[in-house]
Design a protein around this ligand. Structure first.
Ligand code: GLV
Ligand code: GLV
Length: 323
């Protein structure tokens, strides 16, 4: 019998060709919203789901059997409650190492968009204008990589070896200074944020969204940055206080920000009077840093590998996350 896997509709469309090639697995399009998905799980008696980035808080785990597979198409697993899943021995997997290039390139493009006001001039010309905007070069600017996991490192590599930026790394885990320098061009590892924030021209955020990183970039963090500096977030909306960012950008305390991720997606400001869409010094993208042909295909292959290993109970071959 074919393995049946319920797949969030958007992912199903995005990776249909790859899914169809896996003849041993029956991928079935499914709802994104938790209650509707849970109903589908029950009616189809499915034991495996493939999820987007949304939050799944309860009904899904109840609907799935013990030992089920909860697979993510991507690396962020903040939407999945690992503690609830563990109670039913449900396995949670991600697709690490296959989207780093896409996300890192996107982070660098957003930096470039900020440096040269690409979105602003584009919007102005399309309205009939001819805005002349003076930008800055990336070369010799100081970039702080906040979170030096695989994506952060890849971003550092492009920024330093490609653009000649001075790259500083920050991570709560201990980093191998020599490896960071030689392989990723991270010339310095920050001992504390207080020391490096005042000298950064750009901060690129690559933190996971966990309790300890909630609103990590808040008013206090931003107040330590130069008013001429920029923030790029391709990680998760949870790590950034959007109201504080709005205040800083509107009040001239920060030069600009580019966001690919938001607390609520599609983006909606928590406070309507602090709507980032109203600001000219903000570049917005719709959570698409990993949405490339190449990353999508590799994510699909990684998911297929995880499903096959799960079916064989070969748990060591799966990309399991537990916390
Ligand atoms: C991408 O990772 C998505 O969940 O759509
Ligand atoms: C994308 O957001 C991911 O989690 O990979």
């Amino acid at each position: 019998m074919k393995l049946k896997v319920l797949v969030e509709e958007g992912i199903y469309q995005r990776s249909l060709a790859d899914f169809q090639q896996a003849g041993d697995i029956d991928f079935v399009p499914a709802a994104r919203e938790e209650k509707a998905l849970a109903e589908q799980v029950k009616s189809s008696q499915s034991a495996a789901v493939l999820l987007a980035t949304d939050k799944y808080t309860g009904p899904l785990y109840d609907a799935l059997p013990e030992g089920a597979l909860i697979a993510r198409y991507g690396v962020g697993h903040d939407g999945v409650d690992k503690a609830i899943a563990a109670k039913k021995q449900q396995h949670v997997t991600i697709t690490p190492g296959v989207l780093d290039v896409s996300v890192a390139e996107h982070a660098v493009f957003l930096m470039g968009a900020l440096a040269r006001n690409i979105a602003g001039t584009d919007a102005d010309i399309k309205k009939g204008g001819w805005l002349k905007s003076s930008g800055i070069e990336l070369k010799d600017k100081t970039l702080l990589i906040l979170g030096c996991g695989m994506i952060g490192r890849r971003t550092a590599r492009i920024a330093s070896f490609g653009f000649g930026m001075n790259v500083i790394g920050y991570d709560t885990a201990e980093l191998d200074a020599e490896q960071m320098r030689n392989e990723y061009g991270i010339g310095k590892i920050a001992a504390s944020l207080d020391e490096v924030l005042p000298v950064c021209d750009f901060v690129s955020v690559h933190l996971p969204s966990i309790e300890a990183t909630r609103d990590f970039i808040d008013a206090d963090f931003i107040s330590k940055m130069k008013p001429s500096a920029f923030i790029v977030n391709t990680a998760r909306g949870g790590v950034l206080d959007e109201a504080a960012l709005y205040d800083a950008l509107a009040g001239g305390k920060l030069a600009g920000a580019a966001l690919d991720v938001f607390k609520k997606e599609p983006y909606e400001p928590a406070q309507p009077q602090k709507d980032l869409r109203k600001l000219d010094n903000v570049v917005l993208a719709s959570h698409l840093a990993s949405s490339t042909l190449e990353a999508s295909s590799r994510m699909a292959q990684c998911v297929i590998k995880n499903i096959r290993a799960w079916a064989k109970k070969d748990y060591n071959s799966m990309n399991i996350v537990t916390e």
